[in-house]
Design a binder for this molecule. Structure first.
Ligand SMILES: NC(=O)c1ccc[n+]([C@@H]2O[C@H](COP(=O)([O-])OP(=O)(O)OC[C@H]3O[C@@H](n4cnc5c(N)ncnc54)[C@H](OP(=O)(O)O)[C@@H]3O)[C@@H](O)[C@H]2O)c1
Length: 282
């Protein structure tokens, strides 16, 4: 019990996550390359439509064999995805009840990732775009059971609106350790959800920081800071994300970008600059 509690308080959460979506046949090689570049956090999902989780496991195994890292060095995160978010390649029985689907999806993830536990297990998205439904409650309860059985250290939810998080917090006994959302600069970089997370000690994971915010990358404020720091606009965006307490994701397929993304934490931003970027577009 004590060990479990200590683990909950001090999880080995790195300050950057390598995202493995959309890499298909390159997934294993790029996962291994990311670990060689220095990433120690890996995000995937048991959703074959967008991710190739078994190949992530293959890349991890190659990195272990090469002595790049051990399982204990890593933060592995995967997700449970409802049928509606999947294609025909389901990691569970279509006709099974939701609690059984969660258990089957987790067992399949552990098999793919060649481990006996993940560090974070995330609900890929609530059942609908509004509210926290009975289905979400059933899935969350099953995820809590997976956590209590030691198959994940921490739990999260993804693709959630503030209103859904509020309903969830009112309905459930515990809030998630993580929220993972697409982060739009035009919504104040998901300001309302980030504030909710900050108040409750939830770590906010931001994705699409570059792809959802193209205009920010060419804004004079950002290009000016990049020039001064001898860095790229992408690095300035990641540095900003870290400065406001986000855990950023990058799914780059480029070795140089991997190194640059990890090094973005070394850039210097003043608090005025952080505030200015935060209110660039909303
Ligand atoms: N929960 C969800 O529903 C959900 C949804 C989407 C994504 N995700 C997760 O988030 C991860 C990241 O996805 P994402 O949407 O943020 O997109 P992404 O796949 O990371 O795409 C980032 C884009 O930015 C470029 N890039 C990265 N670093 C760069 C740099 N330093 N300089 C210039 N360009 C750079 C990449 O190009 P290069 O490859 O050429 O570097 C790529 O085109 C995914 O792999 C997945 O794990 C989760």
């Amino acid at each position: 019990m004590m060990a479990g509690m200590a683990a909950t308080r001090r999880p080995p959460v790195p300050d950057f996550l390598y995202g493995t979506a959309w890499k298909e046949e390159r997934t294993a090689g790029l996962t291994e390359l990311a670990l060689r570049a220095g990433f120690r956090g890996v995000d995937t999902a048991n959703q074959r439509r967008h991710y190739f989780e078994a190949a992530v496991g293959e890349g991890l195994a190659a990195a272990y064999r090469a002595g790049v890292a051990t399982r204990a060095d890593l933060f592995l995160q995967t997700k449970f995805t409802y049928v509606d978010g999947q294609d025909h390649r389901l990691p569970y029985d279509r006709g099974a009840d939701l609690a059984t689907q969660v258990a089957q999806s987790m067992a399949s993830s552990l098999d793919h990732l060649r481990t006996d536990h993940v560090d974070s297990y995330v609900l890929h998205g609530p059942a609908t775009g509004h509210g926290w439904s009975d289905d979400d409650r059933e899935v969350w309860a099953a995820m809590v059971r997976e956590r209590d059985a030691g198959r994940t250290r921490l739990l999260g939810v993804s693709n959630v609106a503030l209103e859904q998080l509020e309903e969830m917090a009112a309905a459930e006994r515990e809030v998630p350790a993580f929220v993972q959302n697409r982060c739009f600069a035009r919504h104040g970089w998901d300001r309302a959800v980030r504030a909710f997370c900050r108040e409750r000690g939830i770590v906010y994971q931001g994705f699409s920081l570059l792809t959802a915010n193209r205009a920010v990358l060419s804004h004079p404020l950002v290009t000016g800071i990049a020039a001064r720091e001898g860095a790229t606009p992408a690095q300035v965006v990641f540095r900003f994300a870290l400065a406001v307490g986000m855990l950023p994701l990058t799914g780059t397929s480029d070795a140089t970008h991997m190194t640059q993304d990890l090094a973005s934490g070394l850039l210097t931003l003043s608090s005025d600059e952080v505030r200015a970027i935060e209110s660039l577009a909303g």
